[in-house]
Design a binder for this molecule. Structure first.
Ligand SMILES: Nc1ncnc2c1ncn2[C@@H]1O[C@H](COP(=O)(O)OP(=O)(O)OP(=O)(O)O)[C@@H](O)[C@H]1O
Length: 315
């Protein structure tokens, strides 16, 4: 696999924290939007931040980038304070630009040359552009690129300083499923080249596929932090069983079963999350009560199920 970071890879110490956030708080107009967030990201990880709209995700990562000043708390990137060691952090952290930050008339080549000029030791942008599939688009203006090409250019610009960490905030929002999958492969290659990735996303499938660990932020606080599989097991159990019963099951009947969670859908479908013991208990209850079922489905739980369970009160 090619080195997507353009050969900028340095030795990594997998398992060492490269980002440390502790007791982070930020208020706007007296309202806490980040309310005591702590986490650390190991070098070489893809670390995801998930959460509902307005949960405080962007505020948190912008404090990591040194773009916002926390009211309280402690942030370190490779041991540096992003506010006090601004130049040092800029050299080692690549941030994805917001769309509006690029002039529509700027060509891909001009953008790459311009951003390379910001760094003392930039990556060689030509192989980077090739690797990101932009080699034949160098003279194309930003406004004429497809959504997927624009996202690839943002990844290239985030990598051009040869960073050890990249922060990608909702990178695949607005992409079609094909473009999203291509971007996922690129993010995996970025990580495989040794760069640590801090990824803010709304897409559970994206987090499940890419992230080594995920923090779910809700109401400015960390609701859960684990591997995607750990979150799934903790929040939902491992299995989702759904069916339309010939007569409704009562809340009391359901409460007596060893389930993690259940939900009634509009079409009378009952969705039950649990484990093998839950599945057996449901089958036994149905047999005892002579309830038949239609459209029975048994599937593995996903991060989507876990997320809905973890953020259920607010959503
Ligand atoms: N500069 C600001 N001034 C006042 N309020 C702000 C400011 N920036 C963010 N907020 C508010 O802080 C809260 C958290 O915003 P933030 O952008 O961090 O959330 P988010 O989790 O990234 O949301 P989304 O998923 O919608 O991007 C929101 O209610 C937002 O309106």
């Amino acid at each position: 696999m090619g080195d997507v970071a353009g050969g900028a890879r340095r030795g990594t110490l997998v398992g060492m924290a490269i980002i440390e956030v502790s007791g982070l708080r930020k208020r706007y107009g007296g309202r806490p939007v980040v309310d005591g967030v702590s986490f650390s990201v190991d070098e070489g990880e893809i670390f995801g931040i998930l959460g509902p709209n307005g949960a405080g995700k962007t505020t948190t990562v912008e404090c990591v980038e040194g773009l916002r000043v926390p009211d309280e708390g402690h942030v370190r990137v490779a041991g540096l304070d992003p506010l006090k060691d601004r130049a040092g952090v800029t050299e080692l952290l690549g941030a994805q630009l917001q769309q509006s930050a690029l002039q529509p008339k700027l060509t891909v080549r001009e953008a790459l040359e311009l951003y390379a000029s910001f760094y003392r030791r930039p990556a060689n942008w030509r192989p980077l552009a090739e690797r990101l599939g932009l080699g034949d688009r160098l003279e194309t203006r930003f406004a004429k690129l497809s959504g997927g090409q624009q996202q690839r250019l943002f990844i290239a610009l985030a990598l051009i300083g040869g960073p050890r960490v990249v922060v990608l905030d909702e990178l695949t929002t607005g992409l079609d499923p094909h473009g999203r999958r291509e971007t996922w492969e690129l993010i995996e290659e970025v990580r495989n080249s040794g760069v640590t990735v801090l990824l803010v996303t709304h897409f559970m499938e994206e987090a499940q596929r890419l992230c080594d660990r995920v923090a779910v932020i809700d109401g400015g606080r960390i609701a859960a932090l684990d591997t995607p599989q750990g979150l799934i097991e903790r929040a939902t159990g491992s299995t989702v069983i759904s069916f339309v019963p010939s007569r409704p099951l009562s809340d009391d009947e359901l409460a007596a079963l060893p389930l993690v969670r259940w939900e009634r859908r509009k079409d009378d479908r009952l969705v039950i999350e649990g484990d093998d013991a839950s599945a057996n208990a449901v089958i036994a209850l149905l047999a005892r009560q002579r309830i038949t079922v239609r459209q029975l489905r048994v599937t593995d739980a996903t991060l989507d199920d876990a997320y809905l369970g973890l953020t259920a009160k607010e959503s």
